[in-house]
Design a protein around this ligand. Structure first.
Ligand code: PMP
Length: 411
Protein backbone atom coordinates (compact mmCIF):
# COMPACT_ATOMS: atom_id res chain seq x y z
CA UNK A 1 0.00 0.00 0.00
CA UNK A 2 1.23 3.55 -0.68
CA UNK A 3 2.34 5.64 2.25
CA UNK A 4 1.08 9.17 2.78
CA UNK A 5 4.51 10.45 1.63
CA UNK A 6 4.36 8.38 -1.56
CA UNK A 7 0.92 9.71 -2.46
CA UNK A 8 2.20 13.23 -1.86
CA UNK A 9 5.08 12.55 -4.25
CA UNK A 10 2.71 11.03 -6.79
CA UNK A 11 0.40 14.05 -6.60
CA UNK A 12 3.35 16.36 -7.20
CA UNK A 13 3.88 14.67 -10.56
CA UNK A 14 0.47 15.87 -11.77
CA UNK A 15 0.71 19.60 -12.53
CA UNK A 16 -3.05 20.03 -12.82
CA UNK A 17 -3.67 18.79 -9.26
CA UNK A 18 -1.69 21.68 -7.86
CA UNK A 19 -3.70 24.37 -9.60
CA UNK A 20 -7.03 23.32 -11.14
CA UNK A 21 -7.78 27.01 -11.84
CA UNK A 22 -11.19 26.17 -13.27
CA UNK A 23 -12.29 23.96 -10.42
CA UNK A 24 -11.19 26.30 -7.66
CA UNK A 25 -14.25 28.45 -7.32
CA UNK A 26 -15.58 28.48 -3.81
CA UNK A 27 -13.87 27.12 -0.73
CA UNK A 28 -10.64 26.49 -2.69
CA UNK A 29 -11.21 22.79 -3.30
CA UNK A 30 -9.89 21.10 -6.41
CA UNK A 31 -10.91 17.48 -6.26
CA UNK A 32 -11.02 15.29 -9.34
CA UNK A 33 -13.18 12.17 -9.01
CA UNK A 34 -13.96 11.71 -12.71
CA UNK A 35 -11.19 9.25 -13.47
CA UNK A 36 -13.42 6.74 -15.24
CA UNK A 37 -14.03 9.44 -17.86
CA UNK A 38 -10.34 10.27 -18.16
CA UNK A 39 -7.35 10.40 -15.84
CA UNK A 40 -5.02 13.34 -15.32
CA UNK A 41 -1.55 13.21 -16.86
CA UNK A 42 1.77 13.10 -15.02
CA UNK A 43 4.52 15.54 -15.95
CA UNK A 44 6.59 12.73 -17.54
CA UNK A 45 3.85 12.21 -20.14
CA UNK A 46 3.40 15.93 -20.77
CA UNK A 47 7.16 16.56 -21.06
CA UNK A 48 7.72 13.62 -23.40
CA UNK A 49 5.10 14.99 -25.79
CA UNK A 50 6.57 18.49 -25.55
CA UNK A 51 10.08 17.13 -26.11
CA UNK A 52 8.95 15.22 -29.19
CA UNK A 53 7.52 18.35 -30.79
CA UNK A 54 10.43 20.57 -29.68
CA UNK A 55 13.33 18.22 -30.45
CA UNK A 56 12.43 15.23 -32.58
CA UNK A 57 9.32 15.98 -34.62
CA UNK A 58 9.19 13.91 -37.79
CA UNK A 59 7.01 11.30 -39.45
CA UNK A 60 7.65 7.59 -38.94
CA UNK A 61 8.81 4.89 -41.29
CA UNK A 62 8.98 7.24 -44.25
CA UNK A 63 12.59 8.46 -44.49
CA UNK A 64 16.13 7.49 -43.57
CA UNK A 65 17.11 10.59 -41.63
CA UNK A 66 17.95 10.41 -37.98
CA UNK A 67 14.74 12.10 -36.78
CA UNK A 68 12.57 9.55 -38.55
CA UNK A 69 14.67 6.72 -37.15
CA UNK A 70 14.32 8.13 -33.66
CA UNK A 71 10.53 8.39 -33.80
CA UNK A 72 10.26 5.00 -35.45
CA UNK A 73 12.35 3.36 -32.72
CA UNK A 74 10.30 5.09 -30.06
CA UNK A 75 7.02 3.98 -31.62
CA UNK A 76 8.15 0.36 -31.71
CA UNK A 77 9.43 0.63 -28.13
CA UNK A 78 5.94 1.73 -27.05
CA UNK A 79 4.40 -1.16 -28.96
CA UNK A 80 6.76 -3.60 -27.26
CA UNK A 81 6.01 -2.18 -23.84
CA UNK A 82 2.26 -2.50 -24.43
CA UNK A 83 2.90 -6.08 -25.48
CA UNK A 84 4.65 -6.79 -22.16
CA UNK A 85 2.05 -4.87 -20.17
CA UNK A 86 -0.82 -7.08 -21.32
CA UNK A 87 1.34 -10.15 -21.98
CA UNK A 88 0.57 -10.46 -25.67
CA UNK A 89 2.51 -13.12 -27.57
CA UNK A 90 3.96 -10.83 -30.21
CA UNK A 91 4.25 -7.15 -31.12
CA UNK A 92 2.32 -7.82 -34.33
CA UNK A 93 -0.75 -8.31 -32.15
CA UNK A 94 -0.63 -4.69 -30.92
CA UNK A 95 -2.39 -2.20 -33.21
CA UNK A 96 -2.42 1.53 -32.49
CA UNK A 97 -5.84 3.14 -32.93
CA UNK A 98 -7.35 6.40 -31.76
CA UNK A 99 -9.05 4.77 -28.76
CA UNK A 100 -11.45 2.06 -27.62
CA UNK A 101 -14.17 3.37 -29.91
CA UNK A 102 -12.02 3.11 -33.01
CA UNK A 103 -10.69 -0.30 -31.93
CA UNK A 104 -14.22 -1.69 -31.67
CA UNK A 105 -15.30 -0.10 -34.95
CA UNK A 106 -12.20 -1.48 -36.68
CA UNK A 107 -13.04 -4.99 -35.48
CA UNK A 108 -16.70 -4.58 -36.45
CA UNK A 109 -15.67 -3.47 -39.94
CA UNK A 110 -13.28 -6.38 -40.42
CA UNK A 111 -15.66 -8.96 -38.92
CA UNK A 112 -18.49 -7.69 -41.14
CA UNK A 113 -16.86 -9.54 -44.06
CA UNK A 114 -17.78 -12.88 -42.52
CA UNK A 115 -21.09 -12.00 -40.89
CA UNK A 116 -24.02 -13.47 -42.75
CA UNK A 117 -27.78 -13.45 -42.39
CA UNK A 118 -28.97 -15.19 -39.21
CA UNK A 119 -25.55 -15.22 -37.53
CA UNK A 120 -25.55 -14.02 -33.91
CA UNK A 121 -23.50 -11.34 -32.18
CA UNK A 122 -23.79 -11.15 -28.42
CA UNK A 123 -23.29 -8.15 -26.15
CA UNK A 124 -24.56 -7.45 -22.64
CA UNK A 125 -27.24 -5.07 -21.41
CA UNK A 126 -24.56 -3.16 -19.52
CA UNK A 127 -22.31 -1.98 -22.33
CA UNK A 128 -21.04 1.50 -23.12
CA UNK A 129 -22.60 2.91 -26.33
CA UNK A 130 -19.24 2.33 -28.06
CA UNK A 131 -19.76 -1.37 -27.53
CA UNK A 132 -23.40 -1.39 -28.58
CA UNK A 133 -23.84 0.80 -31.64
CA UNK A 134 -21.15 -0.72 -33.92
CA UNK A 135 -22.77 -4.15 -33.38
CA UNK A 136 -26.27 -2.80 -33.84
CA UNK A 137 -25.30 -1.21 -37.18
CA UNK A 138 -23.39 -4.32 -38.27
CA UNK A 139 -26.33 -6.61 -37.42
CA UNK A 140 -28.79 -4.35 -39.21
CA UNK A 141 -26.62 -4.13 -42.33
CA UNK A 142 -26.11 -7.89 -42.53
CA UNK A 143 -29.44 -9.15 -41.23
CA UNK A 144 -27.64 -10.75 -38.33
CA UNK A 145 -29.12 -11.02 -34.83
CA UNK A 146 -27.86 -8.86 -31.99
CA UNK A 147 -28.51 -10.82 -28.80
CA UNK A 148 -28.19 -9.38 -25.35
CA UNK A 149 -27.11 -11.02 -22.10
CA UNK A 150 -29.53 -9.73 -19.47
CA UNK A 151 -28.45 -8.48 -16.07
CA UNK A 152 -30.07 -8.97 -12.68
CA UNK A 153 -31.34 -6.17 -10.48
CA UNK A 154 -27.79 -5.80 -9.16
CA UNK A 155 -26.50 -5.14 -12.69
CA UNK A 156 -24.66 -8.46 -12.84
CA UNK A 157 -24.70 -10.67 -15.93
CA UNK A 158 -27.13 -13.55 -16.04
CA UNK A 159 -24.73 -16.36 -16.95
CA UNK A 160 -27.49 -18.96 -17.16
CA UNK A 161 -29.16 -17.00 -19.98
CA UNK A 162 -25.78 -16.37 -21.60
CA UNK A 163 -25.19 -20.12 -21.78
CA UNK A 164 -28.55 -20.54 -23.49
CA UNK A 165 -27.86 -17.74 -26.00
CA UNK A 166 -24.68 -19.43 -27.21
CA UNK A 167 -25.09 -21.57 -30.33
CA UNK A 168 -23.02 -22.49 -33.36
CA UNK A 169 -24.45 -19.38 -35.02
CA UNK A 170 -22.69 -17.11 -32.50
CA UNK A 171 -19.77 -15.46 -34.26
CA UNK A 172 -18.72 -12.84 -31.72
CA UNK A 173 -19.26 -11.82 -28.12
CA UNK A 174 -18.30 -8.27 -27.17
CA UNK A 175 -18.33 -7.48 -23.50
CA UNK A 176 -16.75 -5.05 -21.04
CA UNK A 177 -14.23 -6.30 -18.51
CA UNK A 178 -15.36 -3.73 -15.93
CA UNK A 179 -18.62 -1.82 -16.48
CA UNK A 180 -18.26 1.95 -16.62
CA UNK A 181 -21.61 2.56 -14.94
CA UNK A 182 -21.25 0.57 -11.71
CA UNK A 183 -17.71 -0.82 -11.80
CA UNK A 184 -18.84 -4.44 -11.95
CA UNK A 185 -16.13 -6.93 -12.93
CA UNK A 186 -17.64 -9.32 -15.46
CA UNK A 187 -16.60 -13.00 -15.27
CA UNK A 188 -14.89 -12.74 -18.64
CA UNK A 189 -12.68 -15.80 -18.31
CA UNK A 190 -15.74 -17.99 -17.90
CA UNK A 191 -17.50 -16.33 -20.85
CA UNK A 192 -14.43 -16.70 -23.08
CA UNK A 193 -14.14 -20.40 -22.27
CA UNK A 194 -17.78 -21.03 -23.08
CA UNK A 195 -17.66 -18.90 -26.26
CA UNK A 196 -14.66 -20.81 -27.58
CA UNK A 197 -16.54 -24.10 -27.24
CA UNK A 198 -18.83 -22.69 -29.94
CA UNK A 199 -15.95 -21.28 -32.01
CA UNK A 200 -17.11 -17.74 -31.32
CA UNK A 201 -14.62 -14.88 -31.14
CA UNK A 202 -14.53 -12.78 -27.97
CA UNK A 203 -13.81 -9.07 -27.75
CA UNK A 204 -13.15 -7.59 -24.32
CA UNK A 205 -13.64 -3.85 -23.81
CA UNK A 206 -10.93 -3.16 -21.24
CA UNK A 207 -11.46 0.62 -20.97
CA UNK A 208 -12.25 0.56 -17.26
CA UNK A 209 -10.00 -2.35 -16.34
CA UNK A 210 -6.68 -1.41 -17.86
CA UNK A 211 -5.52 1.06 -15.19
CA UNK A 212 -6.80 -1.04 -12.31
CA UNK A 213 -6.40 -4.78 -12.98
CA UNK A 214 -3.47 -6.90 -14.14
CA UNK A 215 -4.27 -7.90 -17.71
CA UNK A 216 -2.86 -11.08 -19.20
CA UNK A 217 -4.43 -11.61 -22.60
CA UNK A 218 -2.83 -15.02 -23.07
CA UNK A 219 -4.21 -16.24 -19.79
CA UNK A 220 -7.64 -14.77 -20.55
CA UNK A 221 -7.45 -16.29 -24.03
CA UNK A 222 -9.61 -13.48 -25.46
CA UNK A 223 -9.40 -12.88 -29.20
CA UNK A 224 -9.40 -9.08 -28.81
CA UNK A 225 -8.75 -6.73 -25.90
CA UNK A 226 -9.22 -2.99 -26.48
CA UNK A 227 -8.60 0.13 -24.42
CA UNK A 228 -7.90 3.89 -24.51
CA UNK A 229 -4.66 5.33 -23.21
CA UNK A 230 -6.30 8.50 -21.84
CA UNK A 231 -7.87 6.42 -19.06
CA UNK A 232 -4.45 5.24 -17.89
CA UNK A 233 -2.59 8.52 -17.34
CA UNK A 234 -1.67 8.90 -21.01
CA UNK A 235 -2.77 11.26 -23.77
CA UNK A 236 -6.12 11.23 -25.53
CA UNK A 237 -6.55 10.24 -29.17
CA UNK A 238 -4.58 7.04 -28.82
CA UNK A 239 -5.77 3.53 -28.07
CA UNK A 240 -4.87 -0.11 -28.43
CA UNK A 241 -6.39 -3.01 -30.22
CA UNK A 242 -4.87 -6.30 -29.13
CA UNK A 243 -5.87 -9.19 -31.37
CA UNK A 244 -4.62 -12.75 -31.65
CA UNK A 245 -2.28 -12.90 -34.64
CA UNK A 246 -4.12 -15.78 -36.25
CA UNK A 247 -7.34 -13.72 -36.17
CA UNK A 248 -5.81 -10.40 -37.27
CA UNK A 249 -3.97 -12.14 -40.09
CA UNK A 250 -7.35 -12.84 -41.68
CA UNK A 251 -8.47 -9.19 -41.46
CA UNK A 252 -8.39 -7.10 -44.59
CA UNK A 253 -7.41 -3.45 -44.01
CA UNK A 254 -10.05 -1.24 -42.50
CA UNK A 255 -8.58 1.95 -43.91
CA UNK A 256 -6.17 2.20 -46.79
CA UNK A 257 -3.39 4.69 -47.44
CA UNK A 258 0.28 5.29 -46.70
CA UNK A 259 2.31 3.23 -44.28
CA UNK A 260 0.49 -0.07 -44.78
CA UNK A 261 1.72 -1.31 -48.15
CA UNK A 262 4.49 -3.41 -49.68
CA UNK A 263 3.84 -2.39 -53.27
CA UNK A 264 1.27 -0.27 -55.06
CA UNK A 265 0.59 -0.20 -58.77
CA UNK A 266 -2.42 1.44 -60.35
CA UNK A 267 -3.95 -1.99 -60.77
CA UNK A 268 -3.21 -3.63 -57.47
CA UNK A 269 -1.79 -3.18 -53.96
CA UNK A 270 0.15 -5.65 -51.88
CA UNK A 271 -0.44 -4.86 -48.21
CA UNK A 272 2.16 -5.01 -45.44
CA UNK A 273 1.85 -7.65 -42.76
CA UNK A 274 0.79 -7.02 -39.17
CA UNK A 275 0.67 -4.66 -37.39
CA UNK A 276 1.08 -2.11 -40.22
CA UNK A 277 -1.70 -3.35 -42.50
CA UNK A 278 -4.19 -2.14 -39.88
CA UNK A 279 -2.42 1.20 -39.25
CA UNK A 280 -2.76 3.33 -42.35
CA UNK A 281 -1.72 6.97 -42.49
CA UNK A 282 0.51 8.94 -40.14
CA UNK A 283 -0.09 7.67 -36.63
CA UNK A 284 -0.56 9.76 -33.51
CA UNK A 285 3.19 9.82 -32.86
CA UNK A 286 3.05 12.20 -29.91
CA UNK A 287 0.28 10.08 -28.42
CA UNK A 288 2.32 6.92 -28.81
CA UNK A 289 5.32 8.56 -27.16
CA UNK A 290 3.08 9.69 -24.30
CA UNK A 291 1.70 6.15 -24.08
CA UNK A 292 5.12 4.78 -23.31
CA UNK A 293 5.63 7.26 -20.48
CA UNK A 294 2.17 6.50 -19.07
CA UNK A 295 3.02 2.80 -19.08
CA UNK A 296 6.31 3.46 -17.32
CA UNK A 297 4.41 5.47 -14.72
CA UNK A 298 1.99 2.61 -13.98
CA UNK A 299 4.64 -0.11 -14.04
CA UNK A 300 6.87 1.94 -11.75
CA UNK A 301 4.15 2.13 -9.09
CA UNK A 302 2.89 -1.42 -9.80
CA UNK A 303 -0.61 -2.10 -11.05
CA UNK A 304 -1.29 -4.36 -8.04
CA UNK A 305 -0.38 -1.57 -5.61
CA UNK A 306 -2.54 0.87 -7.58
CA UNK A 307 -5.48 -1.55 -7.49
CA UNK A 308 -5.13 -2.11 -3.74
CA UNK A 309 -4.92 1.60 -3.08
CA UNK A 310 -7.96 2.44 -5.24
CA UNK A 311 -9.93 -0.36 -3.57
CA UNK A 312 -9.01 1.08 -0.16
CA UNK A 313 -10.37 4.47 -1.28
CA UNK A 314 -13.55 2.87 -2.58
CA UNK A 315 -14.12 0.90 0.63
CA UNK A 316 -13.71 4.07 2.65
CA UNK A 317 -16.09 6.02 0.41
CA UNK A 318 -18.64 3.21 0.63
CA UNK A 319 -18.42 3.22 4.40
CA UNK A 320 -19.05 6.91 4.88
CA UNK A 321 -21.56 7.38 2.09
CA UNK A 322 -23.65 4.48 3.39
CA UNK A 323 -24.55 6.73 6.37
CA UNK A 324 -26.46 9.17 4.19
CA UNK A 325 -30.22 9.06 4.46
CA UNK A 326 -31.93 7.97 1.25
CA UNK A 327 -28.76 6.91 -0.55
CA UNK A 328 -28.86 3.99 -3.00
CA UNK A 329 -25.43 2.70 -3.93
CA UNK A 330 -25.05 0.61 -7.08
CA UNK A 331 -23.77 -2.16 -6.56
CA UNK A 332 -21.86 -2.40 -3.38
CA UNK A 333 -22.10 -6.17 -3.14
CA UNK A 334 -20.04 -6.67 -6.28
CA UNK A 335 -16.28 -7.06 -6.16
CA UNK A 336 -14.95 -3.55 -5.67
CA UNK A 337 -13.03 -1.66 -8.35
CA UNK A 338 -12.48 2.10 -8.50
CA UNK A 339 -15.99 3.16 -9.52
CA UNK A 340 -18.81 4.04 -7.16
CA UNK A 341 -22.25 4.98 -8.51
CA UNK A 342 -25.10 6.21 -6.39
CA UNK A 343 -28.30 8.22 -6.20
CA UNK A 344 -30.01 10.11 -3.42
CA UNK A 345 -33.74 9.75 -3.07
CA UNK A 346 -35.72 12.50 -4.83
CA UNK A 347 -32.63 14.34 -6.05
CA UNK A 348 -31.57 14.40 -9.69
CA UNK A 349 -27.92 13.56 -10.25
CA UNK A 350 -27.51 16.67 -12.45
CA UNK A 351 -28.60 19.00 -9.64
CA UNK A 352 -26.15 17.49 -7.20
CA UNK A 353 -23.38 17.46 -9.80
CA UNK A 354 -23.85 21.12 -10.63
CA UNK A 355 -23.97 22.20 -7.00
CA UNK A 356 -20.92 20.19 -5.94
CA UNK A 357 -19.01 21.49 -8.94
CA UNK A 358 -19.45 24.95 -7.43
CA UNK A 359 -17.40 23.70 -4.51
CA UNK A 360 -14.55 22.55 -6.76
CA UNK A 361 -15.41 18.85 -6.90
CA UNK A 362 -15.56 17.16 -10.31
CA UNK A 363 -17.34 13.86 -10.95
CA UNK A 364 -19.68 12.38 -13.52
CA UNK A 365 -23.45 12.55 -13.50
CA UNK A 366 -26.01 11.20 -15.93
CA UNK A 367 -26.33 8.02 -17.93
CA UNK A 368 -22.59 7.47 -18.56
CA UNK A 369 -22.99 6.64 -22.29
CA UNK A 370 -24.93 3.56 -21.24
CA UNK A 371 -28.58 4.43 -21.73
CA UNK A 372 -29.87 0.85 -22.21
CA UNK A 373 -28.84 -0.28 -18.73
CA UNK A 374 -30.14 2.95 -17.19
CA UNK A 375 -33.49 2.49 -18.95
CA UNK A 376 -33.66 -1.13 -17.84
CA UNK A 377 -33.03 -0.19 -14.21
CA UNK A 378 -35.42 2.79 -14.57
CA UNK A 379 -32.73 5.30 -13.65
CA UNK A 380 -32.50 8.78 -15.13
CA UNK A 381 -28.82 8.74 -14.22
CA UNK A 382 -26.45 8.24 -11.32
CA UNK A 383 -23.70 10.13 -9.58
CA UNK A 384 -20.43 8.37 -10.34
CA UNK A 385 -17.23 8.99 -8.47
CA UNK A 386 -14.15 7.14 -9.66
CA UNK A 387 -10.68 7.06 -8.20
CA UNK A 388 -7.10 7.10 -9.43
CA UNK A 389 -3.70 6.76 -7.81
CA UNK A 390 -3.54 10.46 -6.82
CA UNK A 391 -6.83 10.59 -4.89
CA UNK A 392 -6.84 10.56 -1.10
CA UNK A 393 -8.98 9.68 1.91
CA UNK A 394 -8.93 13.40 2.80
CA UNK A 395 -10.53 14.23 -0.55
CA UNK A 396 -13.29 11.72 0.15
CA UNK A 397 -13.89 13.40 3.51
CA UNK A 398 -14.17 16.78 1.78
CA UNK A 399 -16.49 15.31 -0.84
CA UNK A 400 -18.68 13.88 1.92
CA UNK A 401 -18.74 17.18 3.82
CA UNK A 402 -19.87 19.18 0.77
CA UNK A 403 -22.27 16.48 -0.33
CA UNK A 404 -24.04 16.79 3.01
CA UNK A 405 -24.04 20.58 2.65
CA UNK A 406 -25.57 20.37 -0.84
CA UNK A 407 -28.20 17.89 0.31
CA UNK A 408 -29.22 20.41 2.94
CA UNK A 409 -29.92 22.95 0.15
CA UNK A 410 -31.63 20.47 -2.16
CA UNK A 411 -33.90 18.69 0.27
N1 PMP B 1 -16.12 1.45 -23.20
C1 PMP B 1 -16.12 1.80 -21.92
C2 PMP B 1 -16.47 0.76 -20.88
C3 PMP B 1 -15.80 3.09 -21.54
O1 PMP B 1 -15.82 3.44 -20.25
C4 PMP B 1 -15.49 4.05 -22.54
C5 PMP B 1 -15.16 5.49 -22.17
N2 PMP B 1 -16.00 6.06 -21.24
C6 PMP B 1 -15.48 3.63 -23.86
C7 PMP B 1 -15.81 2.33 -24.16
C8 PMP B 1 -15.13 4.58 -24.98
O2 PMP B 1 -13.81 5.01 -24.86
P1 PMP B 1 -13.22 6.16 -25.80
O3 PMP B 1 -14.21 7.28 -25.78
O4 PMP B 1 -11.92 6.51 -25.17
O5 PMP B 1 -13.06 5.58 -27.17
Amino acid sequence: MFSYEEIKQIRNQFPILNQFPILKKKENNSIYFDNAATTQKPVQVINAIKKYYCNFNSNVNRSFHVLDQFTNNYLELSRNNIKYFINAKSREEIIFTSGTTESINLIAFCISKVIKKSYDIIISHSEHHSNIIPWQVLSQNHNANLKVIPVNSEGELNIRVFNKLMTKKTKLISISHVTNTFGIINPIKKLIKTAHKYNSLVLIDGSQAISHLTIDVQNLDCDFYVFSIHKMYGPSGIGILYGKKKVLDKFTPYQCGGGMIEKVTLKKTIFSGLPFKLESGTPNIAGIIGTNKALNFIVNYSIIKIKNYETKLLKYALKILSNINGIKIYYKNSKLTKILSFNIENIHSFDLGKLLNNYGIAFRTGTHCAQPIMDYLKLNGTIRISFAIYNTIEEIDIFYKYLIKCLYYLR
